[in-house]
Design a protein around this ligand. Structure first.
Ligand code: PLP
Length: 378
């Protein structure tokens, strides 16, 4: 069997171990400690955001963001539709209701035209049309969304923007890091992300008071009393000091990972030329982190994403379909979905797109082999 080629697997260096060793040497093996404090500070500095909170997962960060947005029973959140379920599930944790917003074709992210339709519809004039509590925007596969347009709409309709930057750590829009545009933002350090702590996440915000509140909820919401007293519902969501050590080591390599991911994208771009497909697009005013390279097979071509993925799999190469849009998920069958016009862009992208192996340990020679196998499908 040929050696396994991964979609995106952890890439460790020597620096992670140094910080882990420090945690062991000083016995800071707990969900707090110097690595956690430093990791929070270093990520906030990298992203140029005021406050940060290290957590057990990106999903935990998204949950706390939904709570900070004040979402409770039946409140509406306007959500990216073409994304991983973790972007939108936390709305349900707080008994809110997701309304899904279709994608545009320039970056595959939330379409401002569809967003405006939803914002116009939910005008607050009735219970049925109650005003949304937030917009939850994901930057798909590391490519920033149309932030200028979306921010302008959020301001016009006075709905706060929340960013799911789980996939886009290190990506910029007009020179500014994603995760710094929303009122609050979440990033993830899950095993397949551009840098990883095995599992972990962080909440980012310009609002220090909000982050203090989230920190309180994330540590079981203990009131300042001599005994265990609780006036609010809490969670055990804090990142461990050992895990944060991995993160500190990884952060030193984020720029290098980005560079390698971009090389992979560019190699696919030239290697797949001439085939009836295109690569995942990005906005001119953005610099993606190129977390995953993706392909979109041309309309009318008989080859399907599963044809290519099955062929890759025969060679022990991992690819995968695009995220299945949330409005097509059985769990969310009853939720509303807004498109810019009659066309369902998310469903179309899903039917023709797939993710290519984008592991930064993949050599150029291995990638050439992947490209040849893809070429043989057409
Ligand atoms: C990975 C991911 C998350 C969840 O992060 P975890 O750390 O795995 O909980 C959320 N949203 C998107 C878009 C993701 O890709």
């Amino acid at each position: 069997m040929e050696e396994r080629v991964y979609l995106s697997s952890p890439t460790m260096h020597q620096d992670e171990m140094r910080f882990i060793q420090e945690a062991f040497d000083t016995n800071w093996v707990a969900p707090l400690g110097p690595n956690v404090d430093q990791f929070e500070k270093e990520v906030a500095e990298y992203l140029d955001v005021r406050a940060s909170l290290a957590l057990v997962s990106g999903t935990a960060a998204l949950h706390l963001i939904v709570r900070l947005a004040g979402v409770s029973r039946d409140d509406i959140v306007l959500c990216s539709d073409l994304t991983f379920a973790a972007t939108v599930n936390p709305v349900s944790y707080e008994n809110g209701t997701q309304v899904f917003i279709d994608s545009e074709r320039d970056s595959w992210n939330m379409d401002p035209l569809a967003l405006e339709k939803a914002l116009k519809y939910y005008d607050g004039n009735s219970y049925e049309r109650r005003k949304p509590k937030a917009v939850m925007l994901a930057h798909l596969y590391g490519s920033p969304a149309k932030l200028d347009e979306i921010i302008a709409l959020c301001e016009k309709y006075d709905v706060p923007l929340m960013e799911d930057a789980a996939e886009s750590l290190g990506a910029t829009y007009k020179g500014k890091q994603t995760g710094g545009f929303g009122v609050h933002a979440a990033i993830s350090f899950n095993g397949n992300k551009i840098i990883t702590t095995s599992g972990g996440g962080m909440l980012l915000s310009s609002d220090e008071e909000a982050v203090r509140k989230a920190r309180f909820w994330s540590t079981q919401a203990r009131d300042p009393a001599p005994w265990y007293q609780h006036s609010e519902l809490g969670y055990n969501y804090r990142m461990s000091n050992v895990v944060a050590g991995i993160g500190r080591g990884q952060l030193m390599w984020l720029d290098e990972h980005k560079r390698l991911k971009k090389e992979i994208y560019l190699r696919y771009l030239s290697g797949l030329q001439g085939l009836p497909l295109s690569m995942n697009p990005y906005l001119k005013e953005s610099e993606p982190n190129f977390w995953l390279s993706c392909a979109l097979i041309n309309q009318g071509c008989k080859v399907t994403p599963m044809d290519v993925l099955n062929r890759l799999n025969e060679h022990n190469i991992e690819g995968r379909p695009l995220w299945k849009p949330m409005h097509l998920q059985p769990y969310y069958a009853k939720n509303a979905f807004f498109t810019a016009n009659e066309e369902d862009v998310g469903a179309d992208l899903f039917s023709r797109g797939f993710c290519l192996p984008s592991d930064i340990k993949m050599t150029p020679e291995t990638q050439e082999r992947v490209i040849e196998i893809i070429r043989s499908c057409f």
